[in-house]
Design a protein around this ligand. Sequence first.
Ligand code: SAM
Length: 245
Amino acid sequence: MNVFYETLAPFWPLLSPVEDYEEEAGELRRILEEAAPSGRSLLELGSGGGHVAHHLTARFTMTLTDVSASMLAMSRRINPECEHIVGDMRTLSLARTFDAVLAHDAIDYMTTEEDLLAALTTAHRHLVPGGVALFAPDHVLERFAPSSDAGGDDAPDGRGIRYLEWSPPLSPGETVGVTHYSFLVREPGQPVRSFYEAHPFGAHPVATWLRLFERVGFTVEPIEERTGEDRPPRLFFLGRKAALR
Ligand SMILES: C[S@@+](CC[C@H](N)C(=O)[O-])C[C@H]1O[C@@H](n2cnc3c(N)ncnc32)[C@H](O)[C@@H]1O
């Protein structure tokens, strides 16, 4: 992931503009507000360039964490009011708790059950009693569909980037897929450079998600995303940590 989230991190706003996250963030906010109406503090695992967070900061006090310092540096530019901490969602340990924990598309990088269990454990560890964890994977096995996409943009300062992404069908019985990315990058005064990087992702069955949530100690509810976007809705998972009696 060093190409996409380190070398090319400064191009994140040109690859995936912050405006494109408004509707999706609104849906995440709606679910969190319904689940924890008085919740204020929100920890995000794998917050990347902070594009989802940008649309949530008016409602929540947010702590943003990601394994890439370069992606967090981009997030700081648009979310200066947030705390930013470098950390792996499988091992993060901040020694404090939050009203809610969110993991958006970064959770797809949990390719094994072990990794997914570790991320869920991190969420549970960082929640107050009665707190909620919302996980919003791009993929569950039952809904996985091969896809391809292309995009990118130019910046006023003369930089530009274009990408092609391609997720071929999964092999039978597999719960790990691969997204292939190629990038063309233009910077003033330099020849165009090309990059390729393969990103394995988890496509865990719904039953695995539910079993792992329960194993960590959550009660769990699958939630069908409401979306106006031209694509099938995704399945989210909302975990509740037991309240104190
Ligand atoms: C697609 S980006 C997330 C973009 C983000 N949703 C946003 O709003 O800008 C995926 C992120 O997952 C992060 N990531 C991958 N594995 C991780 C891990 N084990 N722990 C924390 N972050 C991780 C990457 O560094 C990257 O920033």
